[in-house]
Design a protein around this ligand. Structure first.
Ligand code: NBP
Length: 476
């Protein structure tokens, strides 16, 4: 029987496309799926693309693999992944590698990695981004797990990953759950980026009355500059699409309720646990949540507010204002995401290299953008910034954008156009650059009702004012 270099179990759209990608790159791939029909279909329809070994049972699949075995699991995240691990682990031997390419929660990955390590099996939680097309043509791959496993897996994964300037969009991220953690934050950043683009669209549509096809032209134009990215590119395509049954722009017949699959929510939950302010990502998750609350929206529709944008108040210059505001807000969202990665890396001892991460996000994944090159440069400079906001390139960009940014947020408030992403990004920027924050007053309030104490600006120590006594201060 032919020995396969690697195997893929779970042949729905992602697994099938990854298997085809591996086969197209000259690797012999063992393929297996719980329901055999998927295996059969894959080999019947795409068998000519490379060398596949179709396996009906887990035993047959494991026997078809050269040692140490490399098994990619591409099944639904959660209980199905545990079920597959339970099924395959007893058939594997020490030194074998089990790769979970699904969207697992990184804490599940840590648990699974620890359990399999006891049995001598390398468990690799690998984030895979790029959707089904990416899986087939070149995704961005974020593998965690042991360094040793990456030595055996890396060459194959780098082979099938997207390439930018000849550099594969795949690198070893760090131990245990590091790969799935960065994939989670990647998706959180994706939420923020999409929300900001949606706000830009809404501001220009409501503010200037531009049609979807005119807006498609605007996004096409923006895609030629510093905003150039996959998300801007597809935004233009979606806006240009006309609905076949009504003849209206498709965007006007799509229900305005955005869905979320969970990774954005996880990003915010974990950020709260780590104490990292990812307000841009949080606003994006909440904005989707608001859109889905039909009952609240129905009840509140018609509440008092400005009725639209008066004619002639805004002119063409608003387009450039919105573009700059979008770029500045995007810098904030990415800076916050990278802060969360730094915090997670410190908490779990992963030593994630942010420059390497920016490098592998330049291609293959949903947030791929020219902009990631700027982030890579910032982190690879001799003095990497504490926050991306202080990298010289971004200091300059934010400086150039800020007048526009403030005008756009003010106009949005004035005309009653919701722009939570733009607003929160600007508030974060102003908070970080502020000399003093009103947190001092909050500390005073906390000390008043809960004797929580406060620190002083002029002396070391903890202090408390005797609020219900003579109001003298104690402590030091
Ligand atoms: P799905 O997430 O829809 O999962 C379907 C696969 O899981 C089928 O192969 C199914 O087998 C298998 N499966 C299930 Br469900 N329960 C199982 C069990 N108890 N034992 C064995 N197999 C089981 O597939 P997908 O959309 O291709 O995504 C695969 C993974 O990749 C997911 O974790 C997803 O979150 C992640 N991901 C998806 C995308 C994307 O764009 N779709 C992007 C990035 C990552 P069956 O055929 O026998 O029912």
């Amino acid at each position: 029987m032919t020995q396969a270099q690697i195997g893929v179990t779970g042949l729905a759209v992602m697994g099938a496309n990854l298997a085809r990608n591996l086969a197209r790159h000259g690797h012999t791939v063992a393929v297996h799926n719980r329901s055999q029909s998927r295996t059969k279909t894959l080999v019947e329809e795409h068998g000519h693309e490379g060398s596949f070994v179709a396996c009906e049972t887990p035993e047959e699949f494991v026997a078809a693999l050269e040692r140490p075995r490399r098994v990619i699991v591409m099944v639904k995240a959660g209980a199905p992944t545990d079920a597959v691990i339970e099924e395959f682990a007893p058939l594997l031997e020490p030194g074998d590698m089990l790769v979970d390419g699904g969207n697992a929660h990184f804490l599940d990955t840590r648990r699974r990695e620890a359990a399999l390590r006891e049995r001598g099996i390398h468990f690799v939680g690998a984030g895979v981004s790029g959707g089904e097309e990416g899986a087939l043509l070149g995704p961005s791959i974020m593998p965690g797990g042991s360094k040793e496993s990456y030595e055996a897996l890396g060459p194959l994964l780098e082979d099938i990953a997207a390439k930018v300037d000849g550099v594969p969009c795949c690198t070893h991220i760090g131990p245990d759950g590091a790969g799935h953690f960065v994939k989670m934050v990647h998706n959180g950043i994706e939420y923020a980026d999409m929300q900001l683009i949606a706000e830009a669209y809404d501001l220009l549509r409501q503010g200037l009355g531009l049609s979807p096809s005119q807006l498609a032209d605007v996004f096409d134009e923006w895609n030629r500059g510093e905003l150039s990215s996959y998300l801007i590119e597809i935004t233009a395509e979606v806006l240009r699409q006309v609905d076949a049954s009504t003849g209206k722009p498709l965007v006007d017949v799509i229900a305005d309720r955005a869905e979320q699959k969970g990774t954005g929510r996880w990003t915010v939950q974990i950020a709260l646990d780590l104490g990292v302010p990812v307000s841009g990502i949080a606003e994006a998750v909440f904005a989707r949540s608001v859109s889905g609350h039909a009952d609240l929206r129905e009840a509140a529709r018609g509440l008092p507010g400005p009725s639209g944008v008066p004619a002639g108040v805004l002119d063409e210059s608003f387009v450039e204002d919105v573009r700059r505001a979008l770029y500045a807000s995007k810098i904030i969202a990415y800076a916050q995401g990278f802060d969360q990665i730094r915090a997670g890396s410190a908490e779990y001892g992963w030593e994630v290299d942010p420059g390497a991460l920016a490098t592998i996000w330049r291609g293959g994944c949903i947030i791929r953008a020219v902009f990631l090159d700027r982030i890579r440069e910032a982190y690879e400079s001799e003095t990497p910034p504490v926050t991306l906001l202080t990298a010289p390139l971004f200091v300059e960009a934010l400086g150039l954008a800020q007048d526009s940014w403030r005008r756009v947020v003010a106009r949005a408030a004035e005309f009653g156009i919701p722009a939570p992403g733009f607003s929160t990004a600007l508030a974060y920027y102003d908070s970080l650059r502020a000399e003093r924050l009103p947190a001092a007053l909050i500390q005073g309030q906390r000390d008043f009702f809960g004797a929580h104490t406060y620190q002083r600006t002029d002396r070391e120590g903890s202090f408390h004012t005797l609020w219900s006594g003579d109001r003298s201060e104690i402590g030091g």
